[in-house]
Design a protein around this ligand. Structure first.
Ligand SMILES: Nc1ncnc2c1ncn2[C@@H]1O[C@H](COP(=O)(O)OP(=O)(O)OP(=O)(O)O)[C@@H](O)[C@H]1O
Ligand SMILES: [Zn+2]
Ligand SMILES: [Zn+2]
Length: 803
């Protein structure tokens, strides 16, 4: 007897293992690992969806096995590589296996359940359930059903008066169109044309069309028949008469717009050197990881494209991840232009149907190149020859919900399977990656110059403590406004960054630039409006908001922040002729909003692009000669040990948007902290020096990459419960750790209450803790027990957000 081991679609610890089911004789051919099935589950025996994990000969289960009820796929939706990847992912990220399996698939394949009840006995007069039966969709239990109705359903179910069943509704269907093949020769069609009656207008219309299609005749290709005025019935009759053969063919909802084809550029010597090293490793099928550290505008993308080309030429495929597709329409266009018709694009901006179609094209081998955001790391490509992670420092590559994976780790794991190299590219690599390159775990490749004679932009720091400001507009220095004006006169473009990271969350002295920090940690304190206090999120230190600056005693101390809308108005008043495009959460809320703004700017429909961090990424426009940063400081003050790194990255990246073609670029950075090393080194565009300096600070403070970190968080409806639990966890965990491990906290999370749940957390810093993994798994199990009802535990390895 064949036994299917099935992972059930219920993300919970109790169901986080395969369950055995008998495979009925008639389903044995279809019951293979990776197909979706419906199986009866639990005492109720309701049908649930699941995945076949493995098929074995016999079961260790003592009782009678239930049979698999239905198999939903004719071919597995997850292949062996994906199943193995899911297993690794579940372990590595402390996640449920089912969550990992679901993450790998487009949401169209995650079925929706419809619950329906069927009466076994008549309802009592005026039973409220009658209302549900009277509806058009009789018996459907709506998702938003009122609690008392649901209780009534439960009551009748328990009394045996009704049953509930679960039906899978698949939202997205494969889209099909009818295509045709000729079945007669050209002469035969001519003959028919003579023989049909003159008033058979429809038939004549079709025959004329078929004769005109002479090149198709005798060819095996199928095509769509679209003749104006021709009725569908005429076509079906023609098929019946044997004039034509018809078949259903899958068609795709194409989300792509037309792009112009491009040819490779002649690589510079630095690009050539990097490329040669990479393809050598591809040819030798090594899973080397390259860190391509190339200054902004140095042409990393050209290296990626050539490496992808090399893979395709060898009959392999290529996978490229970018942080956010909507922000990088230019990147997508460059890849599509280079490989027309071969590219699938995966991202959250697509409709469910579009995404599913792109996934199918990849799965069937019809697209050899995939470009996508984080979740495209699981694109079902086969024979991968190269994988690329562009802007590898971006924190959006880490998923914040279960499974909390980092796309980089997924690519590196897949590279082991495909024996192919991975390129991590950035002008500002994460410290983690750069440190690994230092140790030789990654191979460092550097591009230090822009191609040909193009120079890096000149960067100027404006000290806002002393700068001439425009009266009544304290956010703008005269110097920056003059520069904007100059660009207007020259018909060149400007990009303005308003740094909203950490907006209004910290306290800064407007006279001396002092930011209030924790006495125990090298981290700024966070302003809590609700309690009117300043708190440290690492050690729990708390103090009242001072009325004067502790450094210069000025009373001009306040929380800092400024909105894009306000700045837009100010600039418009100062430069009435300037055409300003604003890019922020408000203007990009609609689908395609980013893309529209970027396209408009590219088409010179505006002189100034003003926005939040969105404007820092990927833009490559030849006429941008000025970049202005309105407030460099905000992100410096985040209560996060990565605050300096993030600031450095942001300033370097945005500066890099200037002067990318033949016109020299200039950058002006307004700051209250001109001596700060992150600002200094970003203005010098000196990544290597920043890396050295920041590593020293991380070493001293005991932060990554010198330590690994794990965040454990617990939440509960009642604050005291959450507090008690986090202390219990700490007391239980501490003895299992070595002396070398450091436990920070417990502390409240910055936003302590969300949705009436209170969050408390611990951070473990460690170097090597062989027992930690096991301990955390035990902890996860313990937290699922009945006594821990109402608590939720979260274990996040290498968290990107500590707040
Ligand atoms: N070898 C080359 N010859 C001529 N032009 C080049 C070459 N390589 C790149 N370029 C051009 O230089 C500009 C910058 O290149 P690209 O966008 O690839 O840089 P990047 O390193 O990916 O940039 P960033 O990290 O700043 O986004 C582009 O307009 C590109 O077309
Ligand atoms: Zn001060
Ligand atoms: Zn502290």
């Amino acid at each position: 007897m064949a036994v299917a081991q099935v992972i059930i679609d219920i993300p919970a610890q109790q169901t986080n293992r395969p369950f055995d089911y008998e495979v009925p004789e008639n389903l044995t051919a279809l019951a293979v690992p990776g197909v979706r099935v419906l199986v009866p589950f639990g005492r109720s025996g309701h049908l649930r969806q699941g995945f076949i994990w493995r098929v074995v000969d016999k079961s260790d289960f003592a009782g009678q096995l239930k049979p698999v009820a239905r198999i939903l796929d004719l071919d597995p939706v997850l292949n062996q590589e994906m199943l193995a990847l899911a297993k690794w992912l579940a372990q590595d990220t402390f996640s449920f296996l089912i969550s990992c399996l679901q993450t790998m698939l487009p949401s169209a394949l995650r079925a929706n359940y419809q619950r329906r009840f069927h009466l076994l006995a008549p309802l009592a007069a005026n039973d409220p359930l009658q209302a549900l039966l009277d509806r058009e969709d009789s018996g459907l239990i709506p998702d938003n059903i009122a609690a008392d109705l649901l209780a009534e359903i439960k009551r009748l179910e328990q009394k045996g008066q009704l049953t509930i069943d679960y039906q899978i509704s698949q939202k997205t269907k494969i889209k099909q169109e009818k295509v045709f093949k000729t079945s007669l020769t050209s002469d035969q069609y001519q003959g028919l044309r003579q023989s049909v009656r003159a008033n058979a207008k429809q038939q004549l219309l079709l025959l004329d069309f078929l004769i005109a299609q002479a090149p198709f005749v005798g060819n095996s290709a199928t095509w769509l028949v679209k003749v104006p005025g021709l009725k569908a019935a005429t076509l079906s009759q023609a098929v019946k008469k044997g004039w034509l053969a018809a078949e259903e063919k899958e068609v795709y909802r194409q989300p792509l717009t037309e792009v112009t084809a491009t040819t490779p550029k002649k690589l510079t010597s630095e690009q050539q050197a990097a490329f040669t090293t990479i393809i050598k490793s591809m040819d030798q099928a090594e899973h080397t990881t390259f860190l391509l550290e190339g200054v902004t505008g140095s042409g990393k993308t050209e290296v990626y494209l050539d490496a992808m080309q090399h893979a395709l030429a060898a009959g392999q495929t290529a996978l490229m991840l970018v942080p956010e597709i909507s922000l990088t329409p230019q990147m997508v266009e460059r890849v599509q232009g280079r490989f027309p018709g071969q590219v699938a694009v995966l991202h959250s901006g697509l409709s469910v149907g579009e995404r599913y179609d792109e996934w199918r094209r990849i799965e069937r081998g019809e697209a050899q190149v995939v470009v996508g955001a984080r979740s495209a790391a699981f694109a079902p490509l086969k024979k991968i020859g190269i994988m690329i992670l562009d802007e590898e420092h971006e924190s959006s590559y880490k998923q914040e919900d279960m499974p909390r994976y980092h796309a980089r780790d997924v690519l590196l794991k897949r590279a082991e399977t495909y024996h192919c190299p991975v390129i991590l590219g950035s002008a500002t690599p994460s410290l983690e990656s750069r440190a690994r390159a230092q140790k030789g775990r990654y191979q460092l490749l550097r591009l230090t110059k822009r191609p040909n004679t193009i120079q890096m932009p000149q960067v100027n720091v404006i000290d806002m403590r002393q700068a001439d400001k425009i009266a009544g507009k304290s956010d703008l220095s005269k110097q920056l406004v003059d520069q904007l004006n100059l660009r207007l006169e020259r018909h060149e473009q400007s990009v303005l960054l308003l740094n909203r990271r950490g907006y209004a969350n910290f306290v800064l002295c407007r006279d001396c630039g002092h930011v209030i920090k924790c006495p125990n940690c090298d981290i700024s304190l966070t302003l809590h409006r609700d309690t009117n206090s300043l708190k440290c999120h690492y050690c729990g230190h708390q103090e009242a908001i001072p009325s004067a600056c502790p450094q210069c005693h000025s009373q001009n101390i306040r929380s800092y922040g400024s909105g894009t809308q306000k700045v837009e108005q100010e600039i418009q008043e100062l430069l009435p002729t300037a055409r300003i495009l604003r890019m922020d959460v408000d203007t990009t809320a609609r689908k395609g909003g980013h893309e529209r703004i970027i396209k408009q700017f590219g088409a010179h429909q505006a002189d100034i692009l003003l926005g939040t961090q969105m404007v820092a990424k990927g833009l490559d426009f030849p006429d941008v000669t000025l970049v202005g940063v309105i407030n460099a400081d905000t992100s410096l003050s985040l209560p996060d040990f990565r605050a300096s790194e993030r600031t450095f990255q942001l300033l370097t990246q945005v500066s890099g948007r200037a002067g990318r073609a033949d016109k020299q670029g200039e950058v002006f950075i307004q700051t209250y902290n001109p001596e700060n090393y992150a600002i200094q080194l970003a203005s010098a565009q000196n990544y290597e020096a920043f890396y050295q300096k920041e590593m020293g600070i991380r070493h001293q403070g005991g932060y990554p990459p010198y330590y690994y970190t794990i965040l454990i968080s617990v939440n509960h409806r009642q604050e005291d419960q959450a507090v008690q639990k986090i202390y219990q966890i700490q007391n239980w965990l501490q003895p299992q750790l070595s002396e070398a491990a450091v436990v920070l906290g417990p502390t409240a999370r910055m936003i302590t209450r969300i949705n009436n749940q209170y969050y408390y957390q611990l951070i473990i810093k460690y170097k090597s803790e062989p027992r930690l993994l096991k301990a955390l798994q035990t902890l996860i199990m313990k937290m699922q027990s009945k006594t821990n009802r109402g608590f939720q535990l979260r274990v996040d390895r290498e968290p990107m957000q500590f707040m």
